[in-house]
Design a protein around this ligand. Sequence first.
Ligand code: ATP
Ligand code: MG
Length: 510
Amino acid sequence: MARFLMEKINQDVTLKIKNATKSFAGVTVLNNVSFDLYRGEVHSLLGENGAGKSTLIKILSGVHKPDQGKVILENKEFVFNSPKEAFKNGIATVYQELLVFPELTVAENIFLGHTPKTKIGLIDWKKIKADSRKILDSLDSHDLDVNARVGSLSVANRQRVEIAKALSQKTKVLIMDEPTAALADTDVKKLITVVKRLREQGVSILYVSHKMPEIFELSDKVSVLRDGNHVGTFNIKDVSEDLLVSKMVGRPVDKLYPISKGKFGKPILEVNNFTDGLRFKQVSFKLKRGEILGIAGVVGSGRSELAQSIFGINPSKGGSIKIDEKEVSIKKPKDARNLGIAYIPEDRGTQGLVKEMKISHNVSMANLDREANGILIIFKKEMQNAINAINKLGIRARNALQLVRQLSGGNQQKVVVAKWLQTEPRILIMDEPTRGIDVGAKSEIHQLMRNLADEGLAILMISSELPEVLGMSDRVLVMNNGTITKEFSKEHATPENVGAIMTQKVKETA
Ligand SMILES: Nc1ncnc2c1ncn2[C@@H]1O[C@H](COP(=O)(O)OP(=O)(O)OP(=O)(O)O)[C@@H](O)[C@H]1O
Ligand SMILES: [Mg+2]
């Protein structure tokens, strides 16, 4: 009986990773990691920024070759030479940075690399479109047009295209690296439903996320990585959040939000009847020195567009902005910067960084006047700025001269934050300030935000994580369908109150 059970269990292992080890330039980032992925289970991978999660995934999906160790898929040993090879063998990956091709259509993206052909060898467009439609429908994405250009889609829809691609063949293992980092709550719920359904169909899912609630909702098992080492694998039923966090971080993490002194100066930013003529209208609010003003709302409510217009990325079509009670004209980001505004964008990947450049260069990019200084001074200043940033934000890097491309996702985010703090702004706009940041670093960034506010910085924060908005903000504005529908004081900003207003149906005010 025992033997039968053993065999049964072994049979149910879809993927084994054995003693995986990987170094970059002599630095070991993954050290002798082994674990098993069972059929029809969701297995989450947890760890701080830079712990080695994405590296492990890239070994499984054929992006990196391990220095040592093996990948065993259904009892057969593999060394994948390319992601294409892994994909053909049934391992599909939705990467942390989506790989979709913006110029191609939805259907073209889904079948890229394995396009079905007609009898006479031509690409079978009819089948590609029909099959794409079927797969998207199975993901409840009925309104996603297979002919749409992917570049025009929201992040959530781009991700659905990637998942559809994964399902466009027989997938045994689906790997998802922080799939919900950029999603709104409603989209997270939809994704969770899809993942659960795939699990029921027997797909093994390896899932990476920094968001604890979904880890507990979805996972059957969790494996924790710390500094490239495998700390352990646990049944989710046997562990608490606190235990997992302490395994990840190696110390207890303060889950409380920093306390606001509630003392603010005069309004520094005043926005009146502001509109871009399209995505938001009649927006008016004041932001005081030393205050953190949160904007809650669902994705698509116009929050990011508002931030971009204040910063001059998309110029406004009406209304006014006053800074220190004087009306100002912001037509481009440079105008905003000169007025002391800094903006940390939601999409760090494309808007915030030059990945082929060093950390030092990126950190100083927004504020060092290259023409006015000699090369040596620039270099020294850049180095000093970068070292300060690495220490202040706990950026995990070999040194200040490492290329940003080589940093883990979360550490790249911290470089963007550092870059904008360098400009010593008076007004800081942060769109999703802790997206993709691990639990430990998240509370450090929250503390940093509060400290900066206490020093007089005015912060306008957009976040799709309701606990973050409520925990951090001195005042909360709710944006819904392009207008500000309600303002809450800190005392009245409860999850129930704010949540209800966020999702309320509002009439078009055109
Ligand atoms: N191509 C590379 N060259 C040099 N170092 C690299 C390279 N890729 C990753 N690293 C390093 O390996 C370590 C692990 O990175 P990895 O991306 O696996 O972390 P992660 O656990 O996915 O973190 P995050 O939560 O931030 O996404 C990091 O210190 C990173 O800088
Ligand atoms: Mg990663």
